[in-house]
Design a binder for this molecule. Structure first.
Ligand code: MN
Length: 237
């Protein structure tokens, strides 16, 4: 792709105020680095309630949308009260990103969801979540790894007929930094990778092959498949 045609990739920042860590919008540099390496131009957007009326205008400025990781989705978006082990939530970011997803799907803008981003894609399309894996699922493996270097901790099984099978091996290792997971998959999504305890680790839209999500954090990993996922996204815009 010629430089003048580099796609602009919108990505919403998180708000550190929800952790009481200051009045700051933030995004890890690893996301923007991998978008750059894949040939895209990252465009950071702060979630502001005042911007919710400008969603379609914002989307006209981007060629693709990356949904980054972050805090828990408020369970109200799938009709539940919070369990006692729910983590931090940010309803301003939730409502902004859900509106972006709904409109991006209508406009045919590609979406790549990462961790919280995959869960948000599922909820925006009508699915729901386990609010806390530890207390809601028996016999699960460790999904909140302790080592912070981003390397793989658990295996996934990849559907051999899916887009993901062109990116990583049928049995691959991924990192895992989530205490929530997809419970009921939205009607319009298909699962394409699972952990050993049958939790969904990757999804793709039923009819749009450039709308997908992964439960792990490829931006944190230094292996070949992790950059390839970003490349795949940019190449399918
Ligand atoms: Mn996991």
């Amino acid at each position: 792709m010629a430089d003048t045609q580099k796609p602009i990739i919108g990505i919403v920042t998180s708000y550190d105020g929800v952790f009481k860590k200051g009045d700051v919008n933030s995004l890890g540099t690893k996301y923007t680095r991998k978008i750059h390496l894949a040939g895209g131009i990252p465009l950071l957007i702060p979630a502001r309630p005042q911007l919710n009326d400008d969603i379609t205008r914002i989307l006209t400025k981007m060629d693709g949308l990356v949904l980054a990781g972050g805090v828990d989705l408020h369970p109200n978006y799938y009709g539940e009260e919070p369990v006692k082990d729910l983590g931090y939530v940010d309803v301003i970011r939730d409502s902004f990103e859900i509106a972006l997803v709904e409109n991006a799907l209508e406009l045919g803008i590609p979406i790549f969801g990462i961790c919280r981003g995959m869960q948000l894609l599922n909820v925006a399309m009508g699915g729901n979540l386990y609010q806390n894996i530890d207390t809601e699922i028996d016999d699960h493996i460790q999904h909140m790894q302790k080592s912070g270097d981003g390397s793989g901790i658990h295996s996934i099984h990849v559907d051999s007929n899916s887009f993901l099978s062109h990116i990583c091996a049928e049995k691959s290792f991924v990192n895992s930094f989530h205490h929530q997971a997809i419970k009921n998959l939205a009607d319009g999504l298909e699962a394409v990778a699972w952990s050993k305890d049958r939790l969904i680790e990757a999804v793709v839209h039923g009819t749009k092959d450039n709308v997908f999500g992964v439960q792990w954090h490829p931006e944190e990993m230094r292996d070949e498949k992790s950059q390839k996922i970003f490349n795949y996204f940019i190449d399918h815009i």
